[in-house]
Write a protein that binds this ligand. Structure first.
Ligand code: ADP
Length: 292
């Protein structure tokens, strides 16, 4: 089983003529609400690949649509709790040139308590996998408790911030990072150097480094693999990394070789960039297997 202790966001997208400027009041021409958050996206991707995912997290007053999306995708929602007050959300302005500006409010994603973490983790143990991103509070605590209980910890340390310095990352079995995160962690730009750094710092861990249209690479103590991206005409790369991570979790749980896992994830992510949006762009396993 996979437990994803992760963010659940509503993305509010406003169509504007231009970004609101300091002191200006601007009327938006339209508003749409979409499910989002790296946590939710990765749970949906893993679930569409065929993984039994249990998502744990907190939603706020406006979170019913997030619960609905999880249920529609067969995700176990028994540890998604609603609290009073605003949920995690973004306010996204999209101007007439399709440029965006994003305001993120963590809301309920920042309201996890140690009691809730303990309660959720009491239902999991050795043999289970914990998937984490860096969009909820208490990450250091979650990692320590999960490690004590023998869960395999998979971390996408995104976004990079000071919280990560308080985490004992030697307890992580698999890292998923992109070039920006890899650069921030290692101080290097060259992918090989980023992998060298990860291996030196976390010799027992595996690292998957994604490189956008340049594909991805993997390293552990024994091998390095490079997987090219599948050539597609990209429409919207939102959730490409989350789709990639979700499908890699599927490959790991199935016991596929890493080369095979990366190829499957690259197919899934390529499909996702040909479609608009986050959740709607995440493909199902059958489509991924038929994609050439
Ligand atoms: P993130 O969204 O986390 O920054 P990346 O941009 O590195 O992640 O993308 C993750 C994966 O998605 C890549 O390794 C690649 O397989 C796939 N991908 C991203 N952009 C493209 C693209 N333009 N064409 C094909 N595949 C892509």
């Amino acid at each position: 089983r996979v437990l994803n202790f992760g963010s659940l966001n509503v993305d509010y997208v406003y169509q504007v003529d231009h970004m609101a400027r300091e002191g200006e009041t601007q009327r938006a021409a339209g508003r749409e609400a979409f499910p989002g958050g790296k946590g939710l996206n990765q749970s949906v991707a893993a679930a569409r690949a065929g993984v039994q995912v249990c998502h744990a997290g907190l939603i706020g007053d406006d979170g019913q649509m997030l619960l609905d999306v999880c249920r529609e995708n067969g995700i176990d929602t028994r540890f998604i709790r609603a609290i009073d007050g605003p949920g995690g959300h973004t306010i996204i302005q999209i101007d007439k040139n399709a440029q965006n500006s994003i305001l993120l409010y963590p809301g309920s994603n920042g309201a996890l308590t140690e009691d809730f973490v303990d309660e959720v983790l009491s239902h999991f143990g050795r043999g289970d996998t914990l998937l984490l991103q860096n969009e909820v509070n208490l990450l250091p605590y979650i990692i320590d408790r999960a490690h004590e209980k023998g869960l395999t910890i998979v971390l996408n340390p995104s976004p990079i911030n000071e919280t990560l310095a308080s985490c004992d990352l030697s307890k992580v079995s698999v890292f998923f990072i992109n070039e920006i995160e890899g650069g921030a962690i290692s101080g290097a730009h060259d992918p090989e150097k980023i992998l060298d750094h990860m291996l030196k710092t976390y010799p027992d861990a595996r690292t998957v480094l994604t490189l956008g249209g340049a594909g991805s690479c993997f390293c552990d103590a024994h091998s390095r693999i490079h997987q090219a991206a599948f050539p597609v005409s990209a429409v919207d790369t939102t959730a490409a990394g989350d789709t990639f991570t979700g499908y890699c979790v599927y490959g790991m749980l199935k016991g596929l070789a890493w080369a095979e896992t990366l190829e499957l994830a690259a197919r899934a992510a390529a499909l996702s960039v040909t479609r608009k949006g986050a959740v709607p762009s995440i493909p199902y396993l059958e489509e991924v297997l038929n994609f050439t």
